[in-house]
Design a protein around this ligand. Structure first.
Ligand code: 13P
Ligand code: SF4
Length: 352
């Protein structure tokens, strides 16, 4: 999504006018866009001057997605985009573990993170020391880590996965004993999906959760289905097993977007972070989203102001630095992911 050199308030408004953030009363007016555009143009000019590229996860607020992003997507797509870029500086508008992934793949580049609070309840759930302990407890198991982990944790694991490829990688991975970390819901969903595919693997998993996705329940789905019998329910694999079992489609955020693009249905319930819902409202104005979404406070701590500040003068905590020995081992874990992921990530439902 390359950005024009200078954006007008009207251009921004055309992208944001259909966004209903959180509820029907919260939306972008032309006046709001007039306030945002000077900041957007300042960021884009500075980005050019500094030879930087801006990578934006779909969960951040849409003025960043449509105003300053060179690349937008999920964690798998953004990790591929981070390899493609020739820019000397990568500005990651997301959370720290995504910036770390970019740094593992681009050790010679400056990687900056712009969130005021770049945490993630999954990445913060487990340490490298935990993994070393678990390896002793579960000898003979292949350790599979979700991309929502620190570089230190990746360095202790055999293969990394994202929400876009977790099922196909674990299915293909040449080990019938799998320890999955850190998400317990994704671990349960993985176990159920392998059974559904008649893949006989012993799957254990850690106890972490995403505080955004763990909020969704089967009861919410049943309520929405009874109100809107034609609704398609789309969820992220970080949701619990009851939600996943009752959804029409399960996948990473980019796959959710592709599902909606191709679906003939008109009404959807999206069980994920509100930033994706905002993208969907902007890009598919003829489709209706019902129900509500949930916000990730970490992703939402990225703002146009924080991007400008970091581009101008990054503080030490905003520069991603990884010990070289750790980086090399974490890189192996990511390279294993690229080896087992399909060359062009499958858009097929992970759990249709
Ligand atoms: P995606 O890779 O599907 O975008 O997920 C990242 C994430 O943090 C989900 O909560
Ligand atoms: Fe982490 Fe959940 Fe936020 Fe994604 S939505 S970054 S998993 S806390």
């Amino acid at each position: 999504m390359p950005t024009a050199a200078v954006m007008t308030p009207r251009q921004l408004y055309e992208r944001l006018k259909n966004v209903r953030a959180g509820s029907l009363v919260c939306q972008y007016s032309l006046k709001k866009c007039e306030e945002l555009v000077p900041l957007i143009n300042e960021i884009n000019a500075l980005k050019k001057e500094k030879g930087a590229v801006i990578l934006v996860h779909s969960y951040v607020s849409p003025e960043m997605v449509y105003g300053v992003a060179d690349f937008v997507g999920d964690s798998y797509k953004l990790s591929r985009d981070a390899i493609k870029t020739s820019a000397g500086t990568i500005v990651f508008v997301a959370v720290r573990f995504m910036g770390e992934t970019a740094k593992i793949l681009n050790p010679g580049k400056e990687v900056l993170v712009t969130a005021d609070d770049p945490g993630c309840t999954l990445a913060d759930a487990i340490t490298a020391q935990d993994v070393r302990r678990l390896r002793k407890e579960f000898p003979g198991y292949a350790f599979v880590c979700y991309v929502n982990t620190t570089a230190e944790v990746k360095a202790e694991c055999d293969v990394c996965v994202t929400s876009a490829n977790v099922y196909q990688i674990v299915e293909k991975y040449p080990s019938d004993k799998i320890y999955f970390l850190p998400d317990k819901f994704m671990g349960m969903n993985l176990k159920n999906e392998m059974q559904r595919r008649h893949v006989n693997k012993d799957i254990r998993y850690f106890s972490g959760t995403c505080y955004v996705h763990e909020e969704y329940t089967g009861e919410q789905i049943f309520k929405v289905r009874s109100e809107y019998p034609d609704v398609k329910i789309v969820c992220h694999p970080e949701c619990n097993a009851e939600v996943v079992a009752n959804a029409d489609f399960v996948g990473g955020t980019e796959q959710m977007l592709e599902y909606m693009r191709k679906a003939t249905a008109k009404r959807f319930l999206m069980l994920t972070e509100c930033g994706l819902s905002a993208r969907l409202q902007s890009e598919f104005p003829d489709k209706e989203l019902v129900g509500s979404c949930t916000m990730c406070k970490y992703m939402k701590s990225n703002t146009l102001e924080s991007i400008l500040r970091v581009l101008k003068a990054p503080q030490e905590r905003e520069r991603v630095r990884i010990d070289e020995k750790v980086r090399v081992r974490a890189l192996k874990c990511l390279e294993e992911m690229f080896k087992y992921a399909e060359p062009s990530p499958s858009r097929k439902a992970a759990c249709e």
